[in-house]
Design a binder for this molecule. Structure first.
Ligand code: CP
Ligand code: NVA
Length: 283
């Protein structure tokens, strides 16, 4: 799918593969990139979309998810869902008869990591000798990177503060599948020799009330120029955005020569198109 997304990017791909198909976006959390890249991507492929939030739908008035899933399945060809707990997405999936795309849950952000793989692939097509670092929270992005490491041959070096590590089960499963992942609480150790370094906000959506505590806990986890000197000379930095400058990343780094975050954001569009095409016409 990464290769298909790259091809779509290179050819400024348009098609009518989604003609007369409608996707419903259900977003319980804010979004700029994911929402807009899916909406634009659907249009590039000739389809239609409906955007829903709890505020103006019965979701916000406690209509059960299982009822929503069964009704929407009769109107549309797919759901694109951003919500809180993964269990909510799975409940929707259980009761719907149309495909569901995870557009971010508290636990995972798979579409983002798939497009991040495209961003890396464009610069380093061979993942075999690649060292990718994660510096930050053991959040949805970290979890999806762990899942990616189970399928791609790069080495993943992760640094989290103690108590903010991802679930043991997830890590164990990836390691059993052959992932090469190491975990430390020392950011310097994680970035040593890294070709790409990833970070993300310290307090994800839904955890804003922990912001102050987390600013204390995550001291030393800022991607700054000094930390980057420990990495490979040509290191590049990824951030899924939105970024909090001065916290997980400095303004100098995000605006500097290391940063590939704008290509990374652009690639959301190309990857969403590859995902949508695969859903309606799996190879
Ligand atoms: N990276 C990402 O998912 O951004 P949005 O929250 O703006 O969709
Ligand atoms: N970890 C972040 C990602 C935002 C795209 C969050 O869940 O808020």
């Amino acid at each position: 799918m990464v290769l298909r997304a790259k091809e779509m990017k290179d050819t400024n791909h348009r098609s009518s593969i989604l003609e007369s198909k409608t996707f419903i976006l259900i977003f319980e959390k804010a979004s700029t990139r994911t929402k807009v890249s899916f909406e634009v991507g659907i249009r590039h492929l000739g389809g239609h979309y409906v955007f829903m939030t709890p505020k103006e739908s019965q979701l916000g008035r406690s209509e059960p998810l299982k009822d929503t899933a069964r009704v929407l399945s009769r109107y549309a060809d797919g759901l694109i869902v951003r919500t809180f707990g993964q269990a909510k997405l799975e409940e929707l999936s259980k009761y719907s008869s149309i495909p569901i795309i995870n557009a971010l849950t508290d636990e995972y952000h798979p579409c983002q990591v798939m497009s991040d793989l495209l961003t890396i692939y464009e610069r380093t097509p061979d993942f075999k000798d690649l060292v990718i670092a994660w510096v930050g929270d053991g959040n949805n992005m970290a979890n999806s990177w762990i899942n990616a490491a189970a399928y791609f041959p790069f080495q993943l070096k992760m640094a989290f503060p103690r108590g903010y590590t991802p679930g043991e089960d997830l890590l164990e499963r990836a390691l059993q599948m052959g992932a090469r992942i190491s975990v430390t609480s020392d950011p310097v150790e994680a970035v040593r020799g890294a070709h790409y370094i990833n970070t993300d906000v310290w307090a994800s959506m839904g955890r804003e009330q922990e912001q102050n505590t987390r600013e204390e806990v995550f001291k030393g986890f800022t991607l700054n120029e000094k930390l980057l000197t420990m990495a490979d000379k040509k290191v590049k930095v990824l951030h899924c955005l939105p970024a909090h400058r001065g916290q997980e990343i400095t303004d100098q780094v995000i605006e500097g020569e290391w940063s590939i975050v704008w290509d990374q954001a652009e690639n959301r569009l190309h990857m969403q198109k590859a995902i949508l095409e695969w859903i309606v016409a799996p190879e």
